[in-house]
Design a protein around this ligand. Structure first.
Ligand code: GAR
Length: 207
């Protein structure tokens, strides 16, 4: 099987991007990371791409309208024959045209157990703050396919962690980020091995 051509979209630090790069470099994923696209100029993830000789592309969401911005990303991925789009801490919503063009080929990581603490406005520390304030005993990470609603598509993998009484939003974020760094590369690996099959709202993982 030839390596699957992957694009990773980021908005910030890119620690999840780094986790994917590391697994690809160790030949643990049958994928080629072709391009990293950021909507933010100062995203550290662009540096990470550069450090690993991966093309980094800035498509600044501030300078164009929503539709034009989506059109620019869509043509960037199509031009590079991308087969899988990974949202790794990417904080923009993709439009309908993009999602239809890459149906069941866009995956996202979210730092909670969906359907808790997710949807519009739930990103970064706010997710963990809400979980701590609610007093939940478990939270975790979810990797899912992307559909037209925020954090809504079929779930590929989830992993739970326990909260300690003294956990803060920051400590919970650190714990869950460590889980994300395992879960997201695992989902990418499964996709690249063609082991994921979407059946309605469910994802079957072939053995
Ligand atoms: C990660 O925790 C990711 O799950 C979250 O942003 C962080 C990005 O970290 N994404 C969302 O909240 C999306 N709703 P990273 O840039 O270090 O990978």
């Amino acid at each position: 099987m030839s390596p699957v051509r992957v694009a990773v979209l980021i908005s910030g630090s890119g620690s999840n991007l780094q986790a994917i790069i590391d697994k690809i470099e160790k030949n643990e994923i049958n994928g080629e990371l072709v391009v990293v696209i950021s909507n933010k100029e100062n995203a550290y993830g662009l540096e990470r791409a550069k450090n690993h000789n991966i093309e980094g592309l800035l498509i600044d969401s501030k300078t164009v309208d929503h539709h034009e911005y989506n059109r620019l990303i869509l043509s960037a991925v199509k031009e590079r024959n991308i087969e899988l789009v990974v949202l790794a801490g990417y904080l923009r919503i993709l439009d309908k045209e993009f999602i239809e063009a890459y149906k069941d080929r866009i995956i996202n990581i979210h730092p909670s157990l969906i359907p808790s603490f997710c949807g519009k406005g739930f990103y970064g520390l706010k997710v963990h703050q809400s979980a701590v304030e609610y007093g939940v005993k478990i939270s975790g990470a979810t990797v899912h396919f992307v559909d037209e609603k925020a954090d809504n598509g079929p779930i590929i993998l989830q992993k739970a962690i326990s909260l300690d009484f003294d956990d803060t939003a920051e400590s919970l974020q650190r714990k869950i980020l460590a889980v994300e760094h395992e879960l997201l590369p695992e989902a990418v690996k499964l996709f690249c091995e063609k082991k994921l099959k979407v059946i309605g709202r469910k994802v079957s993982i072939c053995k």
